[in-house]
Design a protein around this ligand. Structure first.
Ligand code: FES
Length: 113
């Protein structure tokens, strides 16, 4: 039988438990190559890159604003956590949004295909 955790395992970049990101909070996950922000918005999980598109610095925000946005700590640009789309200046480009799958009690962050 196919184990969903093992299907498309190559595209999984982070794996965590539901309980690692409580409802309506965000968590920064990093490895040697990548830093992302995972958000739990009313028990739906989303992930975006942890790099502001304005000056390529880490967003490093730990707070959700306006229900589904994250704010850069340097100049205040905001991005939608569901899509990565920029919401206000000075950012004029989106940030990358990742595919998120939930399987059993796991949250799998994947590359979008
Ligand atoms: S570096 Fe993020 S808003 Fe300027």
């Amino acid at each position: 039988m196919n184990n969903p955790l093992n299907s498309s395992i190559d595209s999984i970049i982070f794996e965590l438990n539901f309980s690692d990101v409580p409802v309506n909070t965000v968590k920064v996950l990093s490895n040697d190559n990548l830093s992302i922000i995972v958000a739990n918005l009313n028990n739906e999980f989303y992930a975006v890159e942890n790099v502001c598109s304005h000056q390529k610095v880490p967003l490093n925000s730990t707070q959700i604003v306006n229900d589904e946005e994250i704010e850069c700590q340097k100049h205040g640009a905001r991005f939608n956590l569901k899509t990565g789309k920029q919401v206000c200046l000075p950012a004029v480009k989106p940030i990358k949004a990742y595919c998120v799958k939930t399987v059993q009690d796991k949250v799998l962050i994947c590359e979008k295909s």
